[in-house]
Design a binder for this molecule. Structure first.
Ligand code: PLP
Length: 396
């Protein structure tokens, strides 16, 4: 069947979710290129280039395992490679994705202890330290950037505590990597997992994993959770040949290389600084339109922890429904943002500020949000959101 005009997405379509995120033209073009032999020289060169460029983004010397799969796939894989039924794990839960870790670990028969943090706040590393004194854990699981709440965990401080124990620190950095500082080796993070469709500016479909020496030692002792495709030892062996064990998503890896080249051309520190500027502008603009920032975590000085720069989460004012805002923005302004699919449903809205985003995107978001609020019966001061964001962007 040939495609019809109904299949085409409007050229005004604005993907402003906290993932998937907009894919730059360079990445789209790379993905459309010739599919090459996944055991041949063209692939080896492409894969090696991805390795070289990914390492600084993870802040590691480890090779990066690249899987066809989503972020949840590599979250599950990380646990399958280190856990046996009955192992004690400590899960720091500060939102929906920490709950997902709990479901996975529980399903594997682990003995699960949790630190439950009020949604919107960042975890207190001292609580992790206290738990680790009471019991030996196989692993501590933490979400780097909680996309459901906009709070960022202080991984440097948590890593400092966990590295003094035999426990492995497993980090879900799906929505943080490449948008918020991450230094795996320096901070003592043992397994870091991420995915392609957030700040890495690629379509969905790839899961990325980086494993420390400490974690490899544990993985080599073998867990008793069954795994085959997801056996990290197989992927590690293939890395030596610049390959993956099974057929990799060749076209997506071509796209990843193009995205990593864009990151390197801008310079990683500049990429992170852009996320910080745009995140702050978005929060200022939303607040000026009468939507308070949901996240309560304070920005800690000298640290990337606290308020997220990759997702802005706003509280929906009394009397309005978050779903109505989301629907109106899409229908009238082709602007796709997220509500919540959890206990915050209807009460918050979320804008992605990660990956391929610019000042213009943020200002347009705020303009359309203002029009939407007015259409829904609110009366924000004309231009208030854009003005507050501009003022924030103008700050050094
Ligand atoms: C998006 C996201 C995931 C899930 O990734 P999928 O690719 O949808 O499986 C996991 N953790 C966080 C923090 C995320 O933002």
């Amino acid at each position: 069947m040939s495609s019809t005009s109904e299949d085409a997405v409007s050229s005004h379509y604005r993907l402003r979710l906290p993932g998937p995120t907009p894919v730059p033209a360079e990445v789209q073009q790379a993905i459309a290129g010739t599919v090459v032999n996944h055991r041949g020289p063209e692939f080896h060169a492409m894969f090696a280039d991805c390795q070289r460029r990914l390492k600084p983004i993870f802040g590691t010397q480890n090779g990066i395992l690249i899987y066809a799969g989503s972020g949840t796939g590599v979250m599950e894989a990380a646990l399958a490679n280190i856990l046996s039924p009955g192992d004690a794990v400590l899960i720091v839960i500060h939102g929906q994705f920490g709950e997902r870790f709990r479901e996975i670990a529980t399903g594997m028969g682990a003995h699960v202890d949790t630190i439950e943090v009020a949604w919107g706040e960042a975890p207190d590393p001292a609580l992790v330290e206290a738990k680790l004194k009471q019991r030996d854990y196989r692993a501590v699981l933490v979400t780097h950037n909680e996309s459901s709440t906009g709070a960022v965990a202080d991984l440097a401080a948590i890593g400092e505590v966990v590295r003094r124990t035999p426990a492995l620190l497993v980090v879900d950095a799906v929505s943080g990597l490449a948008g918020i500082e991450l230094r795996q080796d320096e901070w003592g993070l043992d397994i870091v997992v991420s995915a392609s469709q957030k700040a890495l500016m690629c379509p969905p479909g790839m899961g990325l994993v980086s494993v420390s020496e400490k974690a490899w030692a544990a993985i080599d002792r073998a867990s008793s959770v069954p795994r085959f495709y997801w056996d990290f030892r197989k992927a590690k062996a293939a890395l030596k040949d610049e390959e993956s064990t099974f057929t990799p998503p060749v076209s997506l890896i071509a796209g990843l290389r193009a995205a990593l080249r864009l990151i390197d051309a801008e310079g990683l520190p500049h990429v992170l600084a852009r996320h910080a500027r745009l995140g702050a502008a978005m929060r200022a603009g939303g607040a000026a339109l009468g939507l308070p920032v949901f996240t309560k975590a304070a920005r800690l000085s000298n640290s990337a922890a606290g308020l997220s720069n990759t997702v802005s989460v706003f509280t929906v004012p009394e009397g309005l429904d978050g779903g109505a805002i989301v629907r109106h923005l899409y229908k009238e302004h082709q602007t796709v943002i997220a509500g919540a699919r959890n206990r915050l449903s209807g009460r918050v809205i979320r804008f992605g500020t990660m990956g391929h985003v610019s000042e213009a995107d943020i200002l347009a978001d705020l303009h359309y949000l203002e029009l939407t609020l007015r259409a829904l019966g609110r009366a924000p001061k004309p231009g208030a959101g854009v003005a507050a964001a501009s003022a924030s962007l103008g700050q050094p």
